[in-house]
Design a protein around this ligand. Structure first.
Ligand code: MG
Length: 399
């Protein structure tokens, strides 16, 4: 089998979007003074670094007539340019079964500039498409090529609960999904260092509000999205202990690995991270420093299925569980095939807000959670995705 064509298309959403409200979610840019010049930023507008309303779909075609799909959400237009200009020539004419060779080829050929960030995200999309081809070519789901079924179904946690203006609205949201059978919930903090002690109080109030609804016999995860710094996190962590979170996610920027390590030893609260980390080496560093107690790579950033499979093995040897970032098929297949992946994140399908809902609008076949579980089909070849036509008129497609 030979690769005959690679196509990267940006799907730009032009349908209706829901603007973020309230303090929404802390994020890394919050720590930078904003003088308002040029854009008159409001608090919700700082979320522009967090929202993305485009997605790049990579199609890899073979002489066997099989087409594989991969996708990338980080900086989608730049990812498309990297696929078009750098990666396509490296894989054209090659056998997709030589996936390790092709992954190394892409990784090393772009190493001077691509080893972290969007370079790896672009490589990931091509690699995911290759695995989709492999599964389709032998009529097996991808997870069967990675080790097979390790669990009856995948437990997943409800991931949204942004910091809304009114805590009652957050409570209603938690109640709705508790009623749908979810047993684990992740909420976002709305406040960080810039908001002082009042923000600390607000953050604690929001955790208390959600705990009030879900009780202590369900899991609660806390998300900072890199919107704090070490000093702030050290102040607030001991106060959060009484709420027994299952983990606290990305308290500081991804590069502050020593900060993660310090926080992970500070209290009984496990620190998680890794959705902004890349390659096997990036994760080895996190593990060696005991910086995180839960690893959360995203297969479509980290270097694709080839790389994620290696990271699963590495984490297993360190006894650190992997619970990948986002739902999405490429992550579910890795979760299904590893005993070291106890559960999945689950973004429910909503109107387009942050942008992480967009994959439901692009792909057919993404599993819908039932009673807090997702299931993968033993008989569906490849990743199990096709392109959806229903919303196609609401995208601008950049070829
Ligand atoms: Mg996260």
């Amino acid at each position: 089998m030979k690769i005959t064509a690679v196509r990267a298309r940006v799907h730009e959403w032009k349908g209706k979007t829901v603007p973020p409200t309230g303090n929404f979610c802390s994020n890394a840019i919050d720590l930078v003074y904003d003088n308002g010049a040029g854009r008159g930023l409001t608090r919700a507008d700082t979320m522009h670094t967090f929202r993305f309303h485009a997605w790049t779909v990579v199609e890899v075609e073979t002489d066997a007539g099989i087409v594989g799909y991969g996708n990338v959400a980080l900086a989608p237009h730049i990812a498309k340019a990297i696929v078009d200009q750098y990666l396509t020539p490296l894989v054209l004419g090659q056998d997709p079964w030589d996936y390790e060779y092709l992954n190394q080829r892409m990784y090393r050929a772009t190493h001077a500039w691509g080893r972290k960030g969007v370079g790896m995200a672009a490589i990931s999309a091509v690699d995911i498409a290759l695995w989709d081809i492999l599964g389709k070519s032998v009529n097996k789901p991808v997870f069967k090529l990675l080790g097979g079924r390790t669990k009856e179904k995948i437990p997943c946690y409800y991931s949204k609960l942004y910091r809304l203006e009114n805590l009652k609205d957050m409570q209603d949201e938690a109640q709705t999904f508790l009623d749908q059978g979810f047993r684990a919930f992740k909420m976002r903090f709305g406040y960080g260092p810039a908001h002082g002690q009042q923000g600390v109080v607000e953050n604690l109030k929001s955790v208390e509000a959600v705990r009030e609804v879900i009780g202590y016999d369900n899991d609660l995860m806390l998300e900072c999205y890199m919107g704090w710094n070490l000093e702030y996190a050290k102040r607030i962590l001991p106060k959060l202990e009484r709420y027994q979170p299952r983990w606290l996610e990305e308290p500081v920027i991804a590069d502050d690995i020593d900060g993660y390590a310090e926080l992970n030893q500070l209290t009984s609260i496990p620190i998680s991270g890794g959705e902004h980390e890349f390659s096997l080496y990036g994760f080895k560093q996190l593990l060696d420093k005991k910086a995180v107690s839960v690893v959360q790579y995203d297969t479509n950033r980290v270097g694709g299925i080839t790389m994620a499979h290696k990271i699963n093995a590495l984490c297993e040897a360190y006894s650190v569980p992997v619970i990948p970032h986002a739902g999405q098929m490429h992550n579910y297949h890795l979760t299904m095939s590893s005993v070291n992946c106890p559960m999945s994140e689950y973004f429910p399908m909503f109107d387009v807000e942050v942008g992480n809902e967009l994959f439901y609008y692009i792909f057919e076949g993404e599993p819908v959670a039932e009673n807090g579980f997702v299931q993968l089909d033993d008989d569906k070849p490849g990743l199990g995705l096709t392109l959806k036509t229903e919303f196609l008129d609401q995208f601008n497609i950049v070829e």
